[in-house]
Design a binder for this molecule. Structure first.
Ligand code: GLN
Length: 409
């Protein structure tokens, strides 16, 4: 006997969640593994963290670090972090008053946004932008307002930024070096942004996980360390990219004590704390000598050169990153009207996964595929060899149509 289906009204989920989708970046990782593609979509390394971190991890497993630590960060970790930030920025950092340790920069950004914004506030976001920012703003009850950065060099127009500030935003988000554009903001640009924020009394939320991945002749400028800027900035950062530990989920918020006091509350009630043994283990990373960061820059410069070499041979235009490890490949010549479909075609036909560019842009923009090169050289060579197949499709567009038909794309 079949049971009659009762049609009772069901409670509906919060309407603000309908304003954004699940992460396209993480979704592409799943699609990539389903089809056995080389995953150049979600940005993370396929190589191990440096040896001192692995040794630190082994030591931490046997240490007394298996219970909650101080909610805003294990003391040893915060001390080492404060020393590193002080060395990098020249700012005096008090580990007890200026820092909140979070679960990655992802939580740091959410904490920063919830600390800065009341429901109904506005937040300026450059477009293209790292997809979390819009979701962070919406989850905080704030409304993102977008200022376009125009390809290929991704400069913003000062008038557009001034106009956005006239709408009285509570904060502006600056990802520097920028994901996905690879733009490294100059001292002049940061000074201009900070001056506008000061004039309109807004916070500047800086997201800087790629601070050490910057290519010559570019230099990372810490927005918080510009003259008179610190009080107005909330810096979010992560150890993920610098030490190749994206799975450890370690990040932090760095701001003036009054802001940190509030941010601690948001963090405490969201997560209580980042993983205690991993904070202990990561101290070894924070204590690495300056030469480590020079080597990291050289390592990524080499990866960039190898990967861009292959891209050049495809004949497709792409953005040359000044920092971070992403490239926006212009795939318009392949004739896809929809870049999500193009990304699936890349996974299934070329065997390389990227992220459809439209997930980073506010306005309709379907010509890019974002690829990253935080991979071992042999992975980059294998991906590069697959990407070289593109030349054949460009020379004969009917082959694209044929393969799309075959794959039902
Ligand atoms: N920052 C990385 C990217 O843009 C991944 C971040 C994440 O998935 N949390 O791909």
């Amino acid at each position: 006997m079949r049971l009659a289906i009762l049609r009772l009204p069901m409670p509906q989920t919060a309407s603000r969640l309908h304003a954004f989708t699940e992460s396209v970046i993480r979704g592409m990782s799943r699609l990539s593994s389903r089809h056995g593609a080389i995953n150049l979509a979600q940005g993370f390394p396929d190589f191990d963290p440096p040896e001192p971190l692995l040794a630190g991890l082994e030591r931490a497993t046997r240490g007394p670090h298996h219970q909650y630590s101080v909610t805003w960060g294990a003391p040893r970790f915060r001390n080492a972090l404060a020393a590193k930030i002080q060395r990098d920025t020249g700012l005096e950092v008090d580990p007890d008053r200026h820092l909140v340790v979070t679960c990655g920069s992802t939580e740091a950004m959410m904490v920063a946004m919830m600390t800065a914004c009341d429901p109904g506030d506005r937040v300026v976001v450059f477009s293209p932008f790292y997809e979390n920012y819009a979701a962070d703003a919406i989850l905080s009850g704030a409304e993102p307002i977008y200022v376009p950065m125009e390809p290929p060099d991704f400069r913003y127009r000062r008038e557009a930024l001034e106009k956005a500030f006239e709408r009285k935003p509570k904060a502006i988000v600056v990802c520097n070096p920028s994901n996905p554009t690879g733009k490294v903001f100059t001292r002049e640009e940061l000074t201009e942004i900070l001056a506008l924020a000061e004039r309109h009394d807004a916070f500047v939320i800086l997201d800087e996980p790629y601070e050490h991945i910057v290519y010559e002749p570019h230099r990372h400028v810490y927005g918080a360390a510009l003259p008179g800027a610190f009080e107005r900035t909330i810096t979010c950062n992560s150890l993920s990219k610098t030490y190749s530990i994206t799975g450890w989920r370690l990040g932090y918020v760095f701001a003036r004590p009054e802001v940190v006091a509030q941010a601690r509350k948001v963090h405490d009630f969201l997560t209580v704390g980042a993983a205690a043994p991993l904070q202990e283990a990561a101290v070894a990373g924070l204590e690495m000598p300056p030469s480590y960061y020079d080597d990291l820059r050289r390592l990524y410069t080499r990866k960039r050169d190898v990967f861009l070499g292959y891209l050049r041979r495809t004949g497709l235009p792409f953005t040359e990153p000044q920092g971070a490890y992403y490239v926006m490949l212009d795939i318009s010549v392949l004739g896809f009207e929809d870049d999500v479909r193009a990304a699936e075609w890349f996974i299934r036909e070329i065997g390389v996964a990227g992220v459809p560019g439209s997930s980073f842009f506010r306005h309709p923009e379907h010509r890019f595929l974002r690829l990253h090169f935080a991979k071992r050289e042999e992975t980059l060579v294998a991906a590069g060899e697959r990407l070289e197949k593109l030349a054949g499709y460009i020379a004969d567009p009917s082959r694209v149509l044929e393969s799309r038909k075959r794959l039902g794309l």
